[in-house]
Structures are given as structure tokens and as C-alpha cells.
Design a protein around this ligand. Structure first.
Ligand code: MG
Length: 160
């Protein structure tokens, strides 16, 4: 059995009057992420980690942000498509570990739902999907509440 590792990173700017989507969950509040898609920066980082594990490029390449088909798209559909490519190539998820850097709001109340949402999209058990949240102690663009940064790491194995 062979194992692969992938990592992904994404940043989105925060804007007023937008819905905030993270890990497929709507986070209540007055602010969201400025993006061509629904702005789910955590799913985008996860997609890049999955693609990276098999050297399949990145989501910007797969789903160009100037393509009207992807305007406002639910990022869960992008994850479904990306994970489908992993499965089609004969691989499956071992585990994913995601770290979200966001100053506000606090994400702790949403972590369990985020994990099960991502697990449901990939049809894996939620103990294979970790979501962690941190602030940056008011430092940098995250700390000034200008943006959100997400790191994702995945391990996959082939299904033989
Ligand atoms: Mg993105």
C-alpha cells in the first residue's frame, strides 16, 4: 500500500454584508468572504491539499475564477468533484487536518458540525477529518480582521 501527503493554503478577504461559509457551514454574523465562489476558504485549502497529494494541480486551475459557471458556487460541490478525482484515481482519504486562522467570530461552537459536513461530502467518517481554529492574537491581516487564512494537510492511501 502506498501513502501520499498533500498540503493546501488559501486566504480570502473579509467583507461586510456577505455570508460567511467555512467547511460548508454558514457562520452567523454580518461579515463574510469576498470571492468568486461562496468564499469557503477552508474547503478551498482542503481541495488544494487533496489535489497536491496526487500532483493534480490546484483548484484555481480546475475551477477558474473568471468562469461564470463557478460564480457563487457552493464549495461543497468543488470538494465533491475534487475528492471524486482522488477516488477515480484509486485513492482514498486517510485523514485531513485543517487549521483556520480567523480573529472573529469564535469558531469553537461550529467545529463539530464543520467536521461532519466535510466528512459527509467525502463520505468518510468524521474521525478522519480534523478542524482546528486559532486567532493570531490581533497580529497581521488575520488579527486586523481583514482576512482568513487556512492550512490543510491530507494523507491518502491507494485502495489496493
Ligand atoms: Mg479560494
Amino acid at each position: 500500500m502506498e501513502f501520499r501527503t498533500g498540503q493546501g493554503y488559501d486566504v480570502h478577504r473579509i467583507g461586510e454584508g456577505l455570508k460567511m461559509w467555512l467547511c460548508g457551514i454558514n457562520i452567523p454574523g454580518e461579515k463574510g468572504f469576498i470571492a468568486h465562489s461562496d468564499g469557503d476558504v477552508a474547503i478551498h485549502a482542503l481541495c488544494d491539499a487533496l489535489l497536491g497529494a496526487l500532483a493534480l494541480g490546484d483548484i484555481g486551475h480546475l475551477f477558474p475564477d473568471n468562469d461564470p459557471r463557478y460564480k457563487g458556487i457552493d464549495s461543497k460541490l468543488l470538494l465533491k468533484e475534487v475528492y471524486g478525482r482522488i477516488l477515480a484515481a484509486g485513492w482514498e482519504l486517510v485523514n485531513a487536518d485543517i487549521t483556520i486562522a480567523l480573529q472573529a467570530p469564535k469558531l469553537a461552537p461550529h467545529i463539530t458540525e464543520m467536521r461532519s459536513c466535510l466528512a459527509d461530502v467525502m463520505e468518510v467518517s468524521s474521525d478522519r477529518v480534523s478542524v482546528k481554529a486559532t486567532t493570531t492574537e490581533h497580529l497581521g491581516f488575520v488579527g486586523r480582521e481583514e482576512g482568513c487564512a487556512v492550512w490543510a494537510v491530507v494523507s491518502i492511501r491507494n485502495q489496493e
